[in-house]
Design a protein around this ligand. Structure first.
Ligand code: PLP
Length: 490
């Protein structure tokens, strides 16, 4: 038996809780956690609700709770809520329907912060593997078997960080492996302390941009540009400076004309995304020179250099940087699979501490279990063997794709690196139409023209060939070629 005063308190608590659960409205007191104590409460409520509507937390057509209920929950006078609703209605954010209550208006202005947000809506759920789709991993059955064994072992003897908090830059064994790998294959000399494991390039880019580039900083980007990076920079309020790309890659001279004092440049020097060109040595030197003089950061995205099919691998830009201006980004999304969410950044010593602090505040540290597995995978030579197999399979898939497309009225550039190719449209064909026809034939693609910013848009399809057997890719490409040819496109 509880003492009567506790019993009374408990009864009261239960009764308010059950009242809360009887309503169909969300708990507004949670959505509007703090109304400033000073100033008119009505104004504070109205401003908060406006924010929730503008940022799409409350959606057009959604019913608002009756003013009496909201007043009770927020411990406000009902008059204050009524006045806030009236003001929102006058401003066009809500509409009162006689006898039916108040609703979020069908058309509401967007919050300024959302206007610079990514142009395409975030995807939900795994995307289906359709031949031609970019970004399919290169894990084969053997690699999967090896990884399975390593995961089992890692769970038998979990790494320390799996059960406790770890280092914001990640587990040391993996960072050591990456240092060795980069020295041997990319000509990069880095200390373990400079290597930060991230969940892919995207998270590295986000951390670096937030740590080093205040809003309004100017960033040169390649034109055309990798949309994920571009949209991220836009969402952070950075000023985008498109710099044209030709067969020698991004032209630093054009960047200097457009924004000589830019704070950073983001580029894909080994294999320009999407065009596939390589930044020439004179331009590499010019870019490094400019960055040194301007005190700008060079963000080098080296996303697919593991897949070089002919000739020796090209050294990374980082390898010839003597002024510590280059931030190098690598990823396992292509070399293994995007689902691992593993990448890394090599940071100049000068920014290590700043980025380290931000990483700790952002998501603390990367997943130690996966890091441990990958470190073992690399240390035991399985990664190198995987890459040899993957390179071979991808080259075969590339050739099969080219073969399948040969019947289409397209000019295909055959890349000697990477996991995608470009099929250029001939004459006046538009890539929107080509994409539709290719899709009908069973081949996925992206429209090249959509990746251009200021430079005249080229029409063409960007088609991936990783993650599929050659036969499957060839059949899909032949289907696409037939569909395009039979539509009468020349
Ligand atoms: C240019 C470029 N950079 C980086 C990546 C990899 O991104 P993440 O490591 O975030 O998966 C991709 C993947 O498609 C890419 O095309």
């Amino acid at each position: 038996m509880l003492p009567p005063r506790y019993q009374a308190k408990l009864d009261q608590r239960r009764s308010t809780e059950s009242q809360k659960h009887q309503t169909n409205f969300p708990d507004w007191s949670a959505l509007i956690p703090v109304l400033p104590a000073g100033g008119p409460r009505r104004d504070a409520l109205q401003a908060e609700m406006r924010r929730l509507i503008e940022t799409r937390v409350l959606l057009p057509g959604q019913k608002l709770p009756p003013s009496r209920e909201l007043a009770q929950r927020l411990k406000l006078a009902r008059g204050a809520v009524v006045a806030a609703y009236e003001q929102l209605a006058a401003d066009g954010f809500v509409e009162a329907r006689t006898g039916a209550g108040t609703y979020v208006a069908a058309q509401v202005p967007e919050h300024a912060a959302l206007k610079t947000a990514p142009l395409t809506p975030a995807k939900t759920g795994p995307t289906l593997p359709v031949p031609g789709k970019l970004g399919s991993g290169t894990v084969d059955d053997k690699t999967l078997r090896n990884l399975r064994g390593l995961f089992r072992e890692a769970l038998l003897r979990p790494p320390p960080g799996f059960l406790h908090y770890g280092d914001p830059f990640g587990e040391l064994p993996l960072r050591r492996e990456i240092v060795d790998y980069l020295r041997a294959t990319r000509g990069i000399r880095a200390e373990v302390d400079q290597v930060m494991i991230t969940s892919g390039t995207q998270s590295a880019l986000s951390l670096i941009a937030r740590a080093l580039l205040p809003p309004d900083s100017r960033v040169w980007v390649e034109d055309p540009c990798y949309p994920q990076a571009l949209n991220l920079f836009r969402s952070l309020g950075l000023t985008i400076v498109p710099v044209a790309v030709d067969r020698d890659g991004l032209d630093p001279a054009a960047g200097v004309v457009a924004a000589p004092e830019a704070e950073a440049v983001y580029l894909t020097p080994s294999h320009q995304y999407p065009l596939g060109t390589t930044l020439s040595m004179p331009r590499r030197l010019a870019l490094l020179d400019w960055a040194k003089g301007a005190g700008a950061w060079i963000i080098e995205d080296d996303y697919d250099s593991e897949f070089r099919f002919t000739g020796p691998p090209l050294a990374a830009l980082h390898g010839i940087d003597r002024a510590e201006r280059v931030i190098y980004l690598g990823t396992f999304s292509k070399a293994l699979a995007p689902g691992l969410r593993l990448g890394y950044a090599v940071l100049p010593a000068e920014v290590v501490e700043t980025v380290h602090k931000l990483r700790d505040l952002t998501d603390r540290y990367p997943n130690p279990l996966i890091e441990t597995v990958l470190a073992r995978f690399m240390a035991e030579g399985q990664y190198a063997a995987h890459l040899r197999r993957a390179r071979k399979r991808c080259r075969m898939a590339r050739d099969a794709l080219v073969e399948g497309l040969s019947a289409a009225p397209l000019d295909v550039t055959i890349p000697d690196q990477g996991l995608h190719l470009i099929a250029h449209a001939r004459n006046s064909a538009l890539d929107a139409e080509l994409q539709r026809l290719a899709q009908a034939g069973g081949l996925a693609s992206r429209r090249l023209s959509q990746m251009f910013l200021k430079a005249p848009a080229q029409q063409g399809l960007v088609i991936g060939y990783s993650g599929f057997e050659a036969d499957v890719i060839r059949a899909a490409a032949s289907g696409a070629a037939r569909a395009i040819a039979s539509a009468g496109i020349q």
